[in-house]
Design a protein. Structure first.
Length: 519
């Protein structure tokens, strides 16, 4: 005995087709314009249902789940033909409808206007064929047509037409319920930003906001989740075969024989950030950023493997709209640190280039811990003091509980200069097989000088990145990078952490040797 389920599969479950909609009820939004969407389709008892708007789903991401008691028999992409009646728009169409009718056709020729009366036999191509009397036929060029008339009922100015629409057809068994449809689509994105207030000199206040960009579709009380992390979805730019194309051998060829390799990728970039204008001419003190807009109730977030989801419940946003949302805030003790990074300019590992002469850049930065319980996604961070913007930089991804540094601006009150001098040179330390000099071994002594011209004591960090082997670290902390293991010279870094009093000058020295191309 065959089951009802098997019977439906065998018979195709023929019956009336009911149109349904699939509003979005949940969306997890990535920064690069992709969004994982959950749509909910309400269906009645066993029957056939048609969804007229096909989601532009990415390869392998379209999945369906029905509520308890509702069985989903099949999902098919199908063309539905609908007939309708509409008015015709040309005399030629009127003529097509009048085949077999007695008509009067007026036309112009080289001799002027004339009329032909009779039964219209044909209106194909460029001519009319009219039977004017039994056994008599006249052929008229359509190019001269200016008028068609006839008895009541002979002139038909409407025509039956057909429209074709592509739908997703669902066949169900069981009771009424819902079908949830999951898919990865494009058109909704978000960008993050931080306001870091240091008006309190011991504890900063960080407020995180999101700007939602909806070029997708209207959203009404949708539970949104803003995703941070690096998802691995390499086929995001390939359309799901169920809704791709219009059939034919080209569509078959596209998906036959394995998947295209690596096309598109997913993690390469973020959605284009919106340029936000800031007016800082007013000196009026601004209130707390999270106080001026309430942090979304129930927002918080959740960790799922390597991704984090900030929650924005019951969000409404129409297509084309943008929205500002404060998503969380935190307080954290912080310290000021002034940093100087003297970078290595050596080229090709063996072509020495000196540190530029003159003052070097010293940056004022904030050092603090992420106490929010959420990760801080990569975003622009604007630092404020007493309502004034004092600096801005990109804050990289910071896990919950981790420490980070945020640059504010260059500190012009700290003077930093560097010099390097050659101490010894062993010419031809490395020769080729013919005895020609290839590389000289040079010993270089470097000096870093920093002067605190601020009227306060401060924490200072100097780092020197260079190519070569350190033989005197000058009380700096030495780090040898593995990146230069297979090259002529290793890569190294020296770090000094100092407490500089107001007006104090510090001199830091180091010595290293490196192989350079023989001159």
């Amino acid at each position: 005995m065959i089951s009802a389920f098997a019977f439906a599969l065998l018979t195709g479950h023929v019956g009336k087709t009911t149109d349904v909609t699939a509003p979005v009820v949940g969306a997890s939004v990535f920064k690069n314009g992709y969004v994982v969407v959950t749509r909910r389709i309400k269906v009645g008892p066993a029957g056939t249902y048609a969804l007229g708007t096909l989601p532009q789903s990415a390869m392998g991401t379209m999945w369906f789940k029905s509520s308890e008691g509702t069985s989903l028999v099949s999902v098919t992409t199908r063309d539905i033909i609908t007939e309708f009646t509409s008015n015709v728009g040309t005399l030629d169409e009127v003529a097509q409808n009048g085949i077999g009718k007695r008509l009067t056709i007026g036309f112009k020729s080289e001799k002027g206007y004339s009329e032909v009366r009779g039964i219209l036999k044909s209106a194909m191509g460029e001519i009319f064929v009219v039977e004017t009397a039994p056994g008599e036929t006249v052929v008229i060029l359509k190019a001269g047509l200016v008028k068609i008339s006839g008895a009541t009922g002979d002139i038909l100015y409407t025509a039956k037409r057909q429209s074709v629409r592509k739908v997703l057809e669902f066949k169900t068994l069981g009771k009424a319920g819902v079908i949830d449809m999951l898919s990865l689509e494009r058109g909704l994105s978000w960008t993050a930003a931080y306001a870091v207030d240091v008006s309190d000199k011991k504890e900063l206040k960080l407020t995180a906001k999101s700007t939602l960009v909806n070029d997708f579709e209207d959203l009404s009380k949708v539970d949104l989740k803003l995703v941070t992390g690096f998802p691995n979805l390499p086929y995001a730019t390939i359309l799901e075969p169920l809704i791709a194309g219009s059939g034919g051998i080209d569509t078959v060829n596209r998906f036959a024989g394995g998947m295209p390799g690596g096309g598109g990728g997913f993690g390469g970039g973020g959605a284009s950030n919106m340029a936000m204008g800031l007016n800082t001419q007013s000196a009026a003190r601004m209130g707390d950023f999270d106080a001026s807009m309430a942090v979304v109730a129930g927002a918080g977030g959740e960790q799922k493997e390597d991704l984090f989801f900030y929650k924005l419940p019951e969000s409404s946003l129409n297509r084309g709209e943008r929205a500002y949302r404060a998503i969380f805030s935190m307080k954290s003790p912080y310290s000021d640190i002034y940093t100087w990074d003297a970078y290595d300019l050596t080229q090709d590992n063996v072509r020495y280039a000196p540190i530029p002469e003159g003052p070097q850049d010293v940056w004022h930065a904030l050092k603090f811990k992420n106490t929010s319980g959420n990760p801080l996604t990569t975003a622009v961070a604007t630092t404020l003091d007493g309502g004034e913007i004092i600096g801005q930089d990109m804050l990289g991804y910071v896990p919950a509980g981790a420490e980070t540094e945020l640059k504010i601006n260059k500190s012009l009150d700290i003077r930093a200069e560097a010099t390097e001098a050659e101490e010894t040179r062993e010419r031809g330390a490395i020769k080729d097989r013919d005895g020609n000099f290839r590389f000289d071994l040079v010993t270089i002594k470097g000096t870093l000088q920093v002067t605190n011209m601020k009227p306060k004591d401060l924490a200072f960090r100097a780092r020197r990145f260079f190519t070569g082997e350190v033989i005197n670290n000058g009380n700096g902390e030495l780090f040898k990078s593995a990146s230069g293991l297979t090259r002529m010279n290793p890569n190294s870094r020296l770090t000094w952490n100092l407490q500089l009093k107001a007006g104090e000058k510090a001199t830091l020295t180091y010595t290293y040797k490196m192989y350079v191309v023989s001159g």
